[in-house]
Structures are given as structure tokens and as C-alpha cells.
Design a protein around this ligand. Structure first.
Ligand SMILES: Nc1ncnc2c1ncn2[C@@H]1O[C@H](COP(=O)(O)OP(=O)(O)OP(=O)(O)O)[C@@H](O)[C@H]1O
Ligand SMILES: [Mg+2]
Length: 360
């Protein structure tokens, strides 16, 4: 707001929290409904016998969607195959999405030891996504443009100023505040994107931070949620609302947008989880009655961890020798539970019904 000129580095970007009332009737109502949806999802995940069972599958979907916002496009099939196969010639987009998933995973691991969001952590995330040693922007020239290549925003510059702003953001995120944590999350996302600390990967890093934050605040202990799908479906709004905060101080609108993202994706996530669990139960019953000698609870879990599986996963779970587990998979295919496919010399087995539900 202060001295904003879209063509000049916005070094006057104010620190959080903004000097406006964010606890309006509208936002508070939305906080209630979005928190409720999130709590339901959290409860459903925590009640699972193995809450992290579906996490890899779900995080890959989130990674794919978040990368798609940046026009890094791959298919779910390609993605799941490359996670499972030993050797595969991935296209660059698939590689980048897999790096995104790794960045998310290691960010979540780091939180276990250090329950804070820090500048260094953001740098680790972006380096992991981009698979390079990039750091905070050191040279001027980074500008955000619209589809007509007109400059719409020039982020602060350069390293010292960016570091100072990130430090302020760190203090805000990890410090005490009377604001509701979901409102805080919305503020954090705008601020991170407005600082735009890196040459590239700011959108994706900022969206990983959303999941880390949900975990850190214990709002979603196993952060299995597809936030980016909402952003893809509302991409123009997402960009416009970020811009309106800078240009028009439209914080309330932005906060409502982020809260709606939480509510919609938590509700959808719960539905999807429900479908996966129902499918897993009926799948287990069917295997038990059709192939009683093949059935075990562990086997079903392996077939639902990711849509593709291979003999090694069954051996690692001590379900039998190479020959035995090979026969299990062949029998499962003959009975219509799985479909095999070759990747190089390797045979992978697809739980196509799980894939269908994941893709819905
Ligand atoms: N007017 C704006 N002000 C601040 N941030 C913005 C604005 N418009 C877009 N952004 C953010 O910048 C991100 C794009 O930045 P960058 O290309 O560095 O990230 P990315 O991860 O490579 O791409 P993407 O976010 O498109 O996946 C957008 O996703 C959005 O989060
Ligand atoms: Mg980019």
C-alpha cells in the first residue's frame, strides 16, 4: 500500500499483521465452517488403523496439482509408475513433481525435530524442488507479469532486505498471536508470495508451507489434503486476490478465499478418504473369498499404499519368497484385482480401482 509502484521493488512491503480488522463477521463465520471441516478430516485420518497409509498417494496428487499451477504437467499414471519402478526415464516434469513430493516429505520430517517454520527451511524446500543450490535472490530483475507480459508486481530486492522480511515473517508465524491460526495461515501465504524470496519456485514453496503450517499448528496431524486442486480450479482468482491485497489492501477477501480453500478441500478430502476406505474394505473381502490363500491384511495394505506395486514390496513386508509373492500377484491379476504392465524389464501391478478413486 505504502509507496507501491508495480515496476519498482516493493521494499516497503509492510510486516504482518496488517493494520486492518481481520476478525469481521464474515471471516469469523468462515473460520468456524472451515475449522469444522478440517477437524472432521483430521479426526477421520487419525482414526485410521494406519494414518500414514495413503499419505504417499495423496502427497503425489498434491505435488502434481501444485506443479500444474506452474504449467509443469505430468499424468498421475506416469508419476505413480516412476515412484514405484526401479528404472524409468522420467520426463523433466515428472522429475520435478517427484522432487516436490520429496521436499514436502522432508519438510514434514524436519518439523518433528523443530516445530518452526524458518528461512533456512524455506531454502531447503526450494532447493529440493528445483534440485539445485539456489538461494535467496541476490540480483535484481525478478518481476511478476501477466499473460500479456505486462509487469504486475516487482518483489522486494535484494538479499539483505529479503532476509529481513523473511525474519519478520518467521517471527510472526512462530510467535504468539490472538488471531485464529487459519487466518494467520492466510496472511503467511500472501506475505511469503509478496516477498517472493527466490528466482523461481516461490508458489510451490509457499504451498508446501501451508501443509507444514497445518501440521505445526496441529490442525491436521497427517497433512493429507489437496489444497492445490482448489487453487488450480480458481487460479485467476488466486492471482487476482494476491494482487488486490497489495494494491487495494483487500485482506478480508484474501482471507475468505484461503478459508474457502481449506473448507472445500477438507470436505472433498474427507469424501475421497471415505471412498478409498470403502474400496479397501470391499477389496479385502473379495480377495479373502476368492483367493483365501493369498489374502492377508498386510498384502491389502501394500496394494493400497500406492496404486502401483511390485514383488519387492511384498518381499520387504515378509509375505514370502520371490516365487511365492510372484504367484500371489499373478493370481490377483488372473482374478481381476490387478493389471500388470511392463516398465523396462520390470513388471508393475496396478490397483486400477484405487487409481480411479484417486483420480476422481
Ligand atoms: N500479484 C502477486 N503478488 C504476489 N505473489 C503473487 C502474485 N501473483 C502470483 N503470485 C505468486 O507467485 C507464484 C509464482 O511464482 P514462481 O514462478 O516463483 O513460483 P513457481 O512455484 O515456480 O510457480 P507456480 O506458483 O506458478 O507453481 C504464484 O503461484 C503465486 O503464489
Ligand atoms: Mg515458476
Amino acid at each position: 500500500m505504502t509507496n507501491f509502484n508495480k515496476k519498482e521493488p516493493y521494499n516497503d512491503l509492510p510486516a504482518l499483521p496488517p493494520a486492518v480488522n481481520l476478525e469481521t463477521k464474515k471471516t469469523l463465520n468462515k473460520v468456524i465452517s472451515s475449522s469444522r471441516a478440517l477437524a472432521q478430516l483430521d479426526g477421520a485420518i487419525s482414526n485410521l488403523p494406519n494414518p500414514s497409509l495413503f499419505l504417499d498417494s495423496i502427497h503425489l496428487l498434491e505435488a502434481r496439482a501444485s506443479s500444474e499451477i506452474e504449467n509443469i504437467i505430468t499424468t498421475n499414471d506416469e508419476l505413480y509408475k516412476s515412484i514405484v519402478a526401479d528404472k524409468i526415464n522420467e520426463d523433466p516434469a515428472t522429475k520435478e513433481v517427484i522432487s516436490y513430493k520429496k521436499a514436502l516429505w522432508s519438510g514434514l520430517e524436519n518439523l518433528k525435530n523443530k516445530p518452526f517454520i524458518t528461512t533456512n527451511q524455506c531454502i531447503e524446500i526450494v532447493q529440493c524442488i528445483k534440485q539445485n543450490t539456489s538461494g535467496i535472490r541476490k540480483t535484481p530483475g525478478t518481476k511478476l507479469t501477466n499473460h500479456r507480459q505486462e509487469v504486475i508486481y516487482t518483489p522486494p530486492c535484494c538479499e539483505d532486505i529479503i532476509r529481513k522480511k523473511l525474519k519478520d515473517l518467521e517471527n510472526f508465524i512462530n510467535g504468539e498471536s490472538k488471531l485464529d491460526p487459519l487466518i494467520k495461515m492466510a496472511l503467511m501465504h500472501y506475505q511469503f508470495e509478496a516477498i517472493h524470496p527466490f528466482y523461481d519456485g516461490n508458489g510451490r514453496t509457499g504451498r508446501i508451507l501451508l501443509l507444514l503450517y497445518l501440521k505445526k499448528e496441529k490442525l491436521l496431524n497427517t497433512p493429507a489434503i489437496f489444497l492445490s486442486e482448489y487453487i488450480i480450479n480458481n487460479r485467476t482468482e488466486y492471482y487476482r486476490k494476491l494482487r488486490n491485497v497489495t494494491e487495494k489492501n483487500s485482506w478480508e477477501d484474501w482471507v475468505l478465499f484461503m478459508l474457502d480453500m481449506i473448507e472445500v478441500t477438507a470436505t472433498k478430502g474427507l469424501e475421497k478418504l471415505d471412498k478409498i476406505i470403502k474400496l479397501m474394505n470391499s477389496f479385502a473381502e473379495e480377495v479373502k473369498s476368492t483367493l483365501p490363500k493369498v489374502y492377508s491384511k498386510e498384502l491389502i495394505e501394500i496394494l493400497f499404499r500406492l496404486p502401483y506395486t511390485k514383488r519387492k514390496y511384498l518381499i520387504d513386508a515378509k509375505l514370502g519368497t520371490l516365487k511365492t509373492v510372484g504367484n500371489y500377484l499373478i493370481e490377483l491379476e488372473l482374478s481381476g484385482f490387478l493389471k500388470s504392465t511392463k516398465v523396462g524389464k520390470e513388471k508393475l501391478y496396478l490397483n486400477y480401482r484405487l487409481m480411479e478413486v484417486l483420480e476422481q
